[in-house]
Design a binder for this molecule. Structure first.
Ligand SMILES: O=c1[nH]c(=O)c2ncn([C@@H]3O[C@H](COP(=O)(O)OP(=O)(O)OP(=O)(O)O)[C@@H](O)[C@H]3O)c2[nH]1
Ligand SMILES: [Mg+2]
Length: 186
């Protein structure tokens, strides 16, 4: 099944391609478009991006929206983390929790799939729980240096790509998406 992943983020594309691998039933194509995002919940933002992507591609598409959520902030910055990261950098994002005892949080990926224009997108959520720490490791991808998943001593940035891709929010959502796509073929 040929599906186009629409994203303006090269790191996302790299991870998704690696997670799906060559033995997936999905043949992944991609379009480098930074789709406009509405304000709302992760699910609403993801659904809106997916509808736009389906109209542009005129065929099966996936998109995803990623959130970094602080429990002390009741889930914020959430889907708006991109703008916090842009202005404050990873160190500033971690410092936001200085006045709070609870450093726990979670990374969330909300994938949306549409078979084409005019269809209601189907959604899949992947969550990885962890805590927010001072930056450690390479600064290749966004807030990876400040997110330490539960059960690990390393941040996402310090892990090998293989380890991150076996426990990440993105991986967990893609497992659900793949399970769904298989049922379509039956
Ligand atoms: O350290 C990270 N590890 C990750 O696994 C990860 N996934 C996304 N992000 C960043 O979080 C914001 C999400 O915003 P976002 O979902 O709107 O993405 P985006 O605008 O870059 O691309 P897209 O919307 O075109 O797909 C953006 O700043 C992304 O760079 C990550 N950072
Ligand atoms: Mg975006």
């Amino acid at each position: 099944m040929e599906i186009t992943f629409v994203t303006g983020n090269k790191n996302k594309l790299k991870e998704v391609a690696k997670i799906l691998g060559s033995n997936s039933s999905i043949v992944l194509k991609s379009r480098d478009i930074d789709l406009p995002e509405i304000q709302g919940s992760s699910e609403e933002i993801s659904k809106h991006k997916c509808k736009q992507a389906a109209e542009m591609v005129k065929g099966p598409v996936i998109i995803e929206d990623t959130s970094l959520c602080y429990n002390a902030f009741n889930g914020l910055p959430g889907p708006y983390v991109k703008w916090f990261l842009k202005e404050m950098g990873p160190a500033g994002l971690a410092k936001m929790l200085d006045g709070f005892e609870d450093k726990s949080g979670y990374a969330m990926c909300t994938f949306s799939y549409s078979p084409g224009p005019g269809n209601e997108p189907v959604q899949f959520n992947g969550i990885t729980n962890g805590s927010i720490v001072a930056p450690r490791g390479p600064t290749t991808f966004g807030w990876d240096p400040i997110f330490k998943p539960d059960g690990f001593d390393e941040t996402y940035a310090e892990m090998t790509a293989e380890t991150k891709n076996s426990i990440s929010h993105r991986y967990r959502a893609l497992v659900l998406l793949q399970e769904y796509l298989i049922t379509l073929k039956e």
